[in-house]
Structures are given as structure tokens and as C-alpha cells.
Design a protein around this ligand. Structure first.
Ligand code: TYD
Ligand code: MG
Length: 441
């Protein structure tokens, strides 16, 4: 017999408690715990007379008996998308696409739906009219079925009967099941509906894309727990003011995780960018404060410009603001520059920006960040045709980075003949001597 459990789930972070609490001990949010019904069925059916537990319907499989199968994939016909997925959509997989509202998730998935005929587009947020408007905007005649429904059990029944090649759920925050009392969007609902979709995808062998909105805190709203449940997590990110959109693989059970796809938002949808380095550097001017780095994402090296502005501060605590790079890393690099090169940064505001809305997470971009800051501080530009690669240590030393050859060849391709890295210089000080032009008179 299935046991019915109720527990209290934090709507902010997914923390589960046996009793109701005024404040979540995990994330500290007040009044965020909501009662949720959990269905738990056990594989242990009864106890034998000898007191031993008896298992039913449980089978052990020897790994040797498991057949080796290659995952069957279907192509999205969008090269950058396929690249991030690791070669296409795996049948029966569940993929979460997360991103800020308005970043282009529905647009990207509509384009996908156009490419794969007979796709089922489940619209919980928009009416069929709105979707039609978008598809018209993409200037395509599309063969897709739209289902305006939020009840996940109804949706799964439709999937079972129609058997579409691909399903898009837009978005998980609007989905609900009648079995729970909480409203759509609550953590319990999001988890349960995603779980049911996951089971349907696996049993019917149909791939499902799930759209998930991201909260202000930057986590997939409520369903942080959802990330563990799905096979693939993709983030669609970018600076809304710039046209660039980056599709980043965060988790992938069937492919690489650090791969990115680059798109540009145009009037007729998202366009693939086949040579991103060139586009990122398109508007670069050679002025003090600008440095080029080579970063590796998955199988591809990319050249990106980092800009820094260092100016006299009139605040008691000067500002250090980074966009596109981690703020803590920026603080650390500023401390290394101040200490190891004895440069007076203590009374300077420092702003660092990665152009094109790209987010850089690799330590290999450290040297470029430092060079941009020093270049702005000294008002001396970087020598022409130079790009930087290197992790900066706390002692001001340069540490090796992976895949230097790949970076070198991408830099050369775009005319950056001087790659300043841990191979050519050993410390930050040396890099400054080699990488900065002489003071302009
Ligand atoms: P949308 O896909 O609706 O965002 P999300 O589903 O992530 O919330 O995209 C919304 C934005 O994209 C909107 O501001 C309009 C813009 N857009 C274009 O610039 N070109 C287009 O062809 C389309 C369809 C949308
Ligand atoms: Mg949308």
C-alpha cells in the first residue's frame, strides 16, 4: 500500500521539513514553508514469518548483461544548438532551458519546433495566437501542434495519444497537477510535474524540453531541485541590451558540459553566430583599458575583449565592479596587482566589463583582466596584436592553463600573433613589461 506523507517544503530553496516552521533553516526565508503531499511507495511489501523483509518486483541486472546502445539522437537543424547538446536531442531525454524572462527561450524553442515537424508545443503562458504571432515573425510556415493546457496529467495523456517527435513545455512554472493543493509555480508543483514529465519521456521515448524561469537570485526558480531530475540543463544568457545570446550547457548526461552556442537576436529570431570571436572583437578599439583574452569553452576557443576603467574614487570604500566575471575573483586580482606590482589601486574605482555579454568563468582569463586594469591605470594601451592567457596566482606568478595550442591557433586565425601566456612570461610583472606600450608623451 502506498503511504501518504505530508511534509513542509520551502518555496524558496526546496528545503524539506517534517513540521511547519516559521522560518526556513536552510535559506532563512520567512513563511516560505508550504505543506506538500508526498507519495511514497515501497518495494518492501511485507515481512516474512521469520521476520525477514521480502522484496517484490526487484531485479538485479549484471552490467555484463546490459546491452550497449548508442543514444539515438535527432538533429535540431541548428548547428550551435546541436553542438551544446553534444550532437542533437537524445530520444527520451528531458532538457531544461533556463534563463531570465525575455531572454529568448520561447523564441529559440519556437525555431526548434519549426525545424522538427509535428512538434507539440505546450503553452502555459501564451495563447495560440501569441505563438502564431511569434512564428509569423520568424517568417516560417510551421507544422506544429499547440496545446493550451497547464494540467500535466492531461498533457501526458495527450502526448501518449499523439506521440509527437518532440514536446516543448513553456513553462514549468505554469504547470500543475490536481493531486497537490498548492498553486502552480510552487516548488512542490514544479517538482512533481517535472517528475511526471520525466517518467513520461522515459517510458514513451519522446524528448521533452522544459522552459524554466530564473529568479532574481539567479537560480532556476524554485526548482533548483529540478536540475538534478532532468538529463540536460541549458542556460540561455546574455546582456539584454546587446544582441548576443549564449546557450551554455550546465549539465549533460549525454554530452559535454562546458560547450556553448552563440546566437544573435535579430528581428527574425535568433541567428547562429558561426565565427563568434570575430563578432566579439568587431567593435574593439585599441585604447588603454582594453585587453583580449582567449577562453576555451568545450571544443572551441574564443577571443573576447575585456575592458577596464580605473578612475580616482571619492568614496570611502572604492568600487570594484565586474560584469561578466566573478566579483570575488576581481577583488582577488586587484589585491594581487596592488601587492605584487606595488600599484596604488586603494583609492581607485575599478570597473571591468566583458564585451558582448559573455560570462567568463575560467581562471585562464585572469591575466587579461589584470592587463586591462593595469593598462587603464597607467593609461598605456596594450601592444598591438597581443592576446593574453594565464591564471594569476596569489604571488603574482603565472600558472599554466589547459589547451594552450587550441588558444594559440584561434588567436593566430584572428591576427593576434603575440599570445602572452605562462609559456612566454613567468610573472604578472613580466607580462606588463612585454604587453604594454611605452608611455605616450
Ligand atoms: P521570448 O522568446 O519571448 O523570451 P522568453 O521566452 O525567454 O521570456 O523573447 C522575447 C524577446 O525577444 C522580446 O523582447 C522580443 C525579442 N524578439 C526579437 O528581437 N526578435 C524575434 O524574432 C522574436 C521572436 C523576439
Ligand atoms: Mg517565453
Amino acid at each position: 500500500m502506498a503511504k501518504v506523507h505530508t511534509s513542509y517544503v520551502c518555496q524558496q530553496c526546496g528545503f524539506i521539513s517534517a513540521q511547519n516552521l516559521g522560518r526556513c533553516p536552510e535559506c532563512g526565508a520567512w513563511g516560505s514553508l508550504v505543506e506538500t503531499i508526498e507519495q511514497k511507495s515501497s518495494a518492501i511489501s511485507r515481512q516474512s514469518s521469520a521476520g525477514k523483509k521480502v522484496l517484490k518486483d526487484v531485479q538485479l541486472v549484471n552490467l555484463r548483461d546490459v546491452e550497449r546502445t548508442d543514444y539515438a539522437r535527432i538533429s535540431t537543424n541548428i548547428r550551435e544548438f546541436d553542438r551544446v547538446l553534444g550532437g542533437g536531442v537524445v530520444l527520451g531525454s528531458v532538457m531544461l532551458i533556463a534563463g531570465d524572462p525575455g531572454i529568448g527561450k520561447s523564441t529559440l524553442l519556437s525555431q526548434l519546433a519549426i525545424n522538427i515537424p509535428k512538434t507539440l508545443y505546450v503553452a502555459g503562458e501564451e495563447s495560440a495566437h501569441q505563438i502564431k504571432l511569434r512564428i509569423d515573425r520568424l517568417k516560417k510556415d510551421a507544422d506544429l501542434a499547440i496545446l493550451n493546457e497547464v494540467d500535466v496529467d492531461v498533457i501526458i495523456e495527450v502526448i501518449r495519444q499523439v506521440k509527437p517527435p518532440l514536446v516543448i513545455i513553456d513553462s514549468i512554472q505554469t504547470m500543475e497537477t490536481q493531486d497537490l493543493e498548492s498553486a502552480a509555480g510552487a516548488v512542490g508543483q514544479v517538482k512533481e510535474t517535472a517528475h511526471r514529465l520525466q517518467r513520461a519521456a522515459k517510458s514513451l521515448h519522446i524528448p521533452i524540453f522544459i522552459v524554466g524561469h530564473v529568479t532574481k537570485e539567479g537560480t532556476v526558480a524554485g526548482p533548483r531541485t529540478l536540475e538534478h531530475m532532468v538529463d540536460v540543463v541549458l542556460n540561455l544568457e546574455g546582456d539584454p541590451s546587446s544582441g548576443f545570446r549564449i546557450l551554455r550547457g550546465i549539465k549533460n548526461r549525454f554530452g559535454p558540459t562546458d560547450e556553448i552556442g552563440v546566437f544573435e537576436m535579430e528581428d527574425y529570431g535568433l541567428k547562429e553566430v558561426t565565427n563568434p570571436s570575430k563578432l566579439f572583437l568587431d567593435q574593439k578599439v585599441n585604447a588603454p583599458g582594453s585587453a583580449v583574452v582567449v577562453t576555451v569553452n568545450g571544443a572551441r576557443a574564443l577571443l573576447v575583449e575585456i575592458q577596464a576603467l580605473v578612475s580616482k574614487s571619492f568614496l570611502p570604500i572604492p568600487r570594484r565592479t565586474g560584469s561578466g566575471i566573478d566579483n570575488n575573483r576581481l577583488q582577488l586580482l586587484v589585491a594581487v596587482i596592488s601587492k605584487r606590482l606595488s600599484l596604488p589601486l586603494f583609492d581607485q574605482d575599478i570597473f571591468v566589463n566583458v564585451t558582448g555579454g559573455m560570462k567568463l568563468t575560467e581562471p585562464a582569463v585572469d591575466l587579461g583582466v589584470c592587463m586591462a586594469i593595469i593598462s587603464s591605470l597607467k593609461d598605456r594601451s596594450i601592444v598591438s596584436q597581443a592576446a593574453f592567457v594565464g591564471e594569476v596566482g596569489l604571488l603574482g606568478e603565472l600558472r599554466n592553463v589547459r589547451q594552450l595550442d587550441k588558444r594559440l591557433s584561434e588567436a593566430k586565425k584572428l591576427g593576434f600573433t603575440q599570445l602572452i601566456s605562462s609559456e612566454s612570461v613567468k610573472s604578472l610583472g613580466e607580462a606588463v613589461n612585454k604587453g604594454l606600450t611605452a608611455k605616450e608623451k
